[in-house]
Every structure is written in C-alpha cells, then in structure tokens.
Design a protein around this ligand. Structure first.
Ligand SMILES: [Zn+2]
Length: 387
C-alpha cells in the first residue's frame, strides 16, 4: 500500500502549485486526483464552463448518511508587488517554527492535513463517510463552490456536517458575514476638457457614487450590533478598484468601480445593492442624462457569498468543539464557502489551521503547531467516525 506524506510534506507539494485565481488549478486538482487514485479512491471533477478549472470531491468510507464534509479552496491570492522574503511557491521552514509560502494558511494547510490523513481514514473502520470537497475561485467571490456543492449534495447521501478549513487558529466559527461584489460601469460622453458643456464625465459621476457609498457607510455604521462578536460589528462597504479615463484634458468616457459590501449574519444581505440601484435609477442617472442623453450607468453583480447564522449550525459546532477540545464558538467578518453549504441545509462551521491575519499577506505562514493541532483534530474526528 502507498504510504502517505506527513501534513507538512503534503503542504510543501501543494504550495509548489501556483494556483493564483487567475491561473488554472488543474495541475493541482489532477495531482490530488492521482494521489487519491493511488489509494483506490475515486474523485469526481466538476469543471468550470471553459474547462480551465475544476472542483473535486471524493468519498472515503461507507456510502451512507451522516458523513462529514471536509471543505477547502485550492486557489490563492496573487503575490504581485508584495515584498516576500522567501520564494512564495517553496514551503520554507524558519527557526521561528513557522512554515512560509503562499496559501500555507489560506488554505492549503487544511487541505494538506486532510490528504495526509487518507491512509488513516482508510484504515479506520469508518461507520460514516468522510467527503473531501475542494473548490476553485473562492478568492474571487466563491465562484466555483456553488456547482461543487450542488453536485456533491446530489451525489452523496446527506452529510451531517461540513467543516470549512479556513484559518481560524482551530477555533470553531459558526457565524460569518454575507458579502456582495458589484461592478458599476459609468459611460459618459467624451469632450475636450475646455468644453465641459458638450460631454459628460464618467469619472465625475463615479465620484458622486463613491461619495454616496461613503454616506451610506456612515449611516450603516450607526446600526452597530452587539449581539454578534465581530469587529467592526456593522455592514462595511469598500470600493476596491477604480479604472477609467483617457487623458487629463478629456472628459472621461468610461469609469468602472469594482466595489463590494459585507453584512452581518441575520441582516438583509440585499439592502446595499437595492439602495444603490434605487439611488442610481432615481437620482444619479437622471442627473447624468440631463447633461447628455447617451449617458449610462450599469450595476452588475459580480459575486455573492451568503452569510452563516449561529443557530443554524449548532450540530456542526457541537461536533467540531468535541474534536478541538474548545468550549466556545466565534463569529468572523469575512466570507467563506460555509454559507453555500448551509444554503443546502447542512450544518456548517469554519475551523482550520493558521491565523486569518496572515492570509493574503506577504510572507504568509502557518505555524507548525497549528498543523499539529489540525492533525489532532482529524485524528479525533476519525475516532468519532468509527463509533
Ligand atoms: Zn481562504
């Protein structure tokens, strides 16, 4: 029988694949498929429409209800322009006890621990199945997971709980914000900048929109909640990318804003988009069209990540707390794929090695002790699954 590498050895292999979201993840997915195949485990691939990326799921143990889904995303954020001290695609252990490399904490560490446990899962006499669910394009708006979850839920008997292994320092997270990403495209009419009456600047109206978002942000911050322990405890808005314009002396024809918002679990996740659409339709676009009838504004949803409500995930939290030995749950402000699983009615928690403050940073690392804690968690889970 094939022997498995340790979690850290496996992490070294996974980090070496540059799975930045803009690239294909197929090399990594095929590696995992072949690795599982060596243990006689069959993988199901769920590709994207272009066939350039794929999700993967696989089952170990009996085909029956009550299993556990171990979920992770295979893509990582870019390293462009970040001051890395080591090669981001080579796992580097330093004397500080940390393992450096892109994706170490977000979130190949968890996937590596799961894969290295495959022989242990097989050797154990599992009474319920363990499922792997590995996605693509989480980092650019959870684009891969919806199809993965849909396929998995249709293919396997109903699982009992999902563990999403995003970095939580192995704490059990049962609540998370919802989030939406929107592209706002402003189309104006070009004119010489000395003849402002002849055209309409897309950039100036995009500026009005940003100003409106700022005011909305101030209003929403006043509705701060204390019943959920996330910081800052209210809806947040961010304009992440602004593009547009041709020259300093031309009224800009186009301006695009890539912006988004995050709402607390339980708050209306559609409010910001609805109010933005209303503002554009009733106030901003009429003002723009008054300058020139050809002016246009389009708001297009780029992504949506559903939130996670604590009371809907108690069963999963109870199990995960057993395996971590923890005694409390946490809420987080960032989005993960957890809400997508919960949307299919499966209790879901987030629990994985590493610190979220390391994620997306240069010199990202996971502490070796965190990998050990994740190994111990999976060992306890295995024991539970044999009872
Ligand atoms: Zn992540």
């Amino acid at each position: 029988m094939t022997t498995a590498p340790s979690s850290i050895e496996m992490l070294k292999r996974l980090v070496a694949f540059d799975t930045t979201s803009r690239h294909s993840n197929l090399d990594l997915i095929h590696y995992i498929r072949d690795y599982l195949g060596d243990f006689g485990i069959e993988s199901t691939l769920v590709p994207n429409a272009e066939g350039t990326k794929a999700n993967l799921f696989a089952t170990i143990g009996p085909r029956q209800e009550g299993g556990i889904v171990l979920s992770g995303h295979t893509d990582v954020v870019p390293v462009d322009g970040q001051p890395w001290e080591t090669d981001p695609w080579t796992l580097t252990e330093k004397p500080d006890g940390n393992l450096y490399g892109r994706g170490t904490c977000d979130m190949k560490g968890f996937i590596a621990a799961c894969l290295s446990h495959v022989p242990a899962f097989q050797k154990a006499r599992l009474k319920v199945p363990l499922h792997f669910a590995f996605s693509y394009d989480e980092e650019i708006g959870c684009l891969g997971a919806p199809a993965l979850v849909e396929k998995l839920v249709g293919a396997v008997p109903r699982p009992q709980a999902v563990i999403v292994g995003e970095p939580t320092m192995m704490g059990v997270v049962n609540a998370q914000n919802a989030g939406g990403g929107i592209i706002a495209t402003f189309t104006g009419v070009e004119a010489h900048s000395s003849m402002t009456h002849l055209g309409v600047s897309a950039i100036h109206f995009a500026g009005d929109f940003i100003h409106w978002l700022n005011e909305l942000q101030v209003e929403l911050a006043q509705r701060k909640r204390t019943d959920i322990d996330t910081v800052p405890g209210h809806t947040t808005i961010n304009v992440g990318i602004v593009t547009g314009g041709t020259a300093g002396n031309i009224l800009a024809r186009e301006c695009t804003l890539n912006w988004g918002y995050r709402t607390l679990p339980g708050d209306d996740p559609w409010e910001v988009q609805r109010r933005a659409e209303q503002y554009v339709a009733e106030l901003l676009l009429p003002k723009m069209k008054a300058k020139h009838p050809d002016a246009r504004i389009e708001l297009k949803r780029r992504s949506f990540v559903p939130g996670l409500l604590p009371q809907e995930n108690e069963e999963a939290a109870k199990l995960a707390l057993q395996w971590t030995g923890g005694n409390r749950t946490y809420a987080v402000p960032y989005g993960t794929e957890a809400g997508i699983f919960r949307g299919h009615g499966i209790p879901t928690v987030i629990c994985g090695p590493g610190d979220i403050s390391q994620a997306h940073q240069p010199n990202e690392f996971v502490a070796k002790a965190q990998m050990d804690a994740c190994d111990a968690f999976l060992d306890k889970m295995t024991g539970w699954a044999t009872k």
